[in-house]
Design a binder for this molecule. Structure first.
Ligand code: GDP
Ligand code: MN
Length: 384
């Protein structure tokens, strides 16, 4: 088992739902798949009913808008939806799992969460009738906030006020009471710092949690050894990168890619693939302007032993000469036997300086995107 780390334990949706189920939160039927074939057989064998929803299991939200939540009506559609989601990057994370869930006919989408109000040092219950969108985008006046005394727990009064803010009355309020009670238990007993259901759907005369976000308080992880496994699906290098705050993903190919910004990074992977190359590790430098960070990132990439590296940078905040300096510095630390060819395409801020630094260090620099990508594919041994 790994020692607890100084970072929060954020559960992927399927695992959050697993916890929810234990505490009686109503959920759609669903199963996790790690390959398109597995996804297809889950529905073909009736383990998940059709129509269904195929959802990328990543730790960032906004999947609905980002195409990482798809609907399917047949086993073949489930397979192709899983195919289009698995193995892709979503906001810097490689998608390794999809959750396949029955698609429910939903009425309204609501929002419910429990978190900590650090200024008041009390749990905070937040409810809103505007669910299904990021809560940050909901007007303050549309969100009901109630601090909760942890000793008695949720009171009848607080539950009624929550129901009112959600526009819930009649038989549904019983369902809401039970749900809030379950959610409170998850929050308390699992030492959570956040439990969020967004959306909480009204389905007929019941409620159903369509999404689950659970973050466990890091200082309490010693009480929950199960959660120590949560971070384990990352490779060793990905884990190191995460601790250093570097966006780094390992794929199966042999070309290392260094780019900046998620858009350019994804476009770079696509061009390499189109030219027959196989992108391996990729690194997104984002808006770094620290040569030390570039050096660190590059050394991490070197440990993955790529056949060649393609550097595709658009210099804005991250200046071209910063990247070039960091890279040359890093190369000096890579033992001669482990070196690999590097092809660079750097455009933008301080471009000429950057190219000069790279050329002096023997790095090929080509400014045309396709030509430079082709050079990288050739350097890695051509088409695969
Ligand atoms: P997020 O965008 O990453 O927060 O992903 P969500 O799990 O919240 O899903 C996004 C949206 O997909 C939801 O707001 C719903 O509108 C829709 N959705 C998810 N599951 C279902 C379902 O079972 N039935 C229907 N009709 N819509 C769903
Ligand atoms: Mn959501």
């Amino acid at each position: 088992m790994r020692a607890p780390r100084n970072s929060m334990v954020k559960l992927p949706e399927w695992q959050g739902k697993h916890v929810f189920r234990k505490y009686g939160v109503p959920l759609p039927r669903g199963e996790v798949a790690r390959s398109p074939a597995e996804a297809q057989s889950l529905v073909a064998e009736g383990k998940v009913p059709l129509p269904c929803v195929v959802k990328a299991q990543v730790l960032t939200g906004g999947r609905g808008k980002g195409g990482a939540v798809q609907f399917a009506n047949t086993p073949e559609e489930v397979r192709s939806a899983a195919e289009s989601i698995l193995g892709r990057e979503f906001k810097g994370e490689l998608v390794r799992e999809v959750l396949i869930e029955e698609k429910l006919p939903i009425g309204r989408e609501l929002y419910v969460s429990l978190t900590l109000d650090r200024s008041q040092r009390l749990p905070l219950l937040m409810t809103s009738a505007h669910g299904g969108v990021e809560i940050e985008s909901v007007a303050d006046s549309e969100i009901e906030r109630q601090t909760v005394d942890p000793f008695p727990g949720l009171t009848g009064y607080e539950k009624r006020r929550a129901a009112k803010s959600l526009g819930i009355e009649g038989p549904l309020s019983k369902a809401l009471d039970r749900l809030l009670e379950s959610l409170w238990n998850v929050f308390q007993k699992e030492d959570a710092e956040l439990v969020e259901i967004n959306p909480l759907a009204v389905v007929g005369d019941g409620l159903c949690a369509l999404d689950a976000k659970v973050i466990i308080e890091d200082d309490a992880t010693f009480r929950h050894p199960d959660y120590a496994e949560v971070r384990d699906d990352r490779t060793e290098l990905e884990e190191i990168a995460r601790e250093k705050d570097i966006a780094f993903v390992q794929l199966d190919g042999n070309i290392g890619v260094i780019a900046n910004g998620a858009g350019l990074t994804m476009a770079t992977l696509d061009v390499l693939k189109e030219l027959g190359g196989a992108p391996g590790v990729f690194l997104d430098l984002g808006g770094t302007d620290d040569p030390k960070k570039v050096t660190e990132a590059f050394l991490l990439m070197a440990r993955a032993k790529p056949a060649a590296v393609f550097l595709n940078i658009f210099g804005g905040i991250t200046r071209c000469d910063t990247v070039a300096k960091g890279l040359v510095e890093a190369m000096a630390h890579v033992p001669a036997a482990d070196r690999f060819p590097i092809v660079a395409r750097i455009r933008g801020n301080n471009e000429a300086d950057g190219i000069a630094i790279l050329r002096a260090a023997g790095v090929t620099s080509v400014s045309d995107l396709r030509a430079s990508a082709q050079a990288a594919v050739n350097a890695a041994g051509g088409r695969r």
